[in-house]
Design a protein around this ligand. Structure first.
Ligand SMILES: C[S@@+](CC[C@H](N)C(=O)[O-])C[C@H]1O[C@@H](n2cnc3c(N)ncnc32)[C@H](O)[C@@H]1O
Length: 204
């Protein structure tokens, strides 16, 4: 699993490597653009004005929302990712923070119309994810939504089959969402499958 330094080194090449892996329709990024577009469209169809992006990286998703006039807040622990994203979104509030410790203190009293996270929270274990997501629910405005796009599966069987198909590429230090398991902790969770290894989770 990559740490902060790994992400700093990856930052300049991140967009290219993701695009390449997506074109090949391979784990882990098969369906990447559709995942981001699905979240983008859902936010644009709603009437939200504020978005918190957890692990925003180079800002591919949040930059589109920023350009549409949405107020962007974000946390990421990589200085290099923050530098690239802040260049594209000078007025966004982007903080250097490790989300394994929850949200930063300055966001403790804040609520957001949408909280999004794409290809980032698989760095938390299943137990950590549940605690984190439950805390994030307290930071939603009325009718707000948490939208998670990531390597994700509807069922354990689907995850097993992707693991077999990916062989040595499979990263067993990452913890992917299996919607049927996560739904046990979040009533009304919805899951939209995007590719053989990706999907979007919606939690209200
Ligand atoms: C694979 S990139 C995804 C970037 C972007 N959201 C996307 O969809 O392209 C994961 C991002 O999460 C950040 N990240 C990973 N673990 C983190 C943690 N514990 N705290 C804060 N940021 C983290 C990395 O620095 C990186 O920018």
């Amino acid at each position: 699993m990559l740490d902060e330094t790994g992400f700093n080194l990856w930052a300049d090449n991140y967009d290219k490597t993701v695009a390449f892996c997506e074109e090949e329709d391979e784990y882990p990024f098969a369906g990447y653009k559709t995942v981001l577009n699905t979240i983008y469209r859902r936010i644009r169809l709603g009437h939200g004005k504020t978005v918190l992006d957890i692990g925003f990286g180079t800002g591919i998703l949040s930059k589109k929302l920023y350009d549409d006039g949405i107020r962007i807040y974000g946390i990421d622990f990589s200085e290099e990712m923050i530098r690239l994203a802040q260049e594209k979104m000078p007025d966004a509030t982007l903080l250097r923070h490790d989300f394994s410790g929850g949200l930063p203190a300055v966001f403790q009293d804040k609520r957001f119309d949408y909280i999004v996270s794409t290809y980032a929270i698989h760095h938390l274990t299943d137990e950590e994810k549940i605690v984190f997501l439950k805390d994030l629910q307290n930071h939603l405005t009325e009718d707000g939504e948490i939208l998670i796009g990531d390597v994700a599966f509807g069922t354990m069987e689907e995850q097993d089959s992707c693991m077999q198909r990916s062989g040595e590429e499979w990263d067993d230090e990452e913890f992917y969402i299996v919607a049927e398991e996560l739904a046990k902790h979040f009533t009304g969770l919805k899951f939209q499958k995007i590719s053989h290894c990706s999907g979007v989770c919606i939690i209200k």
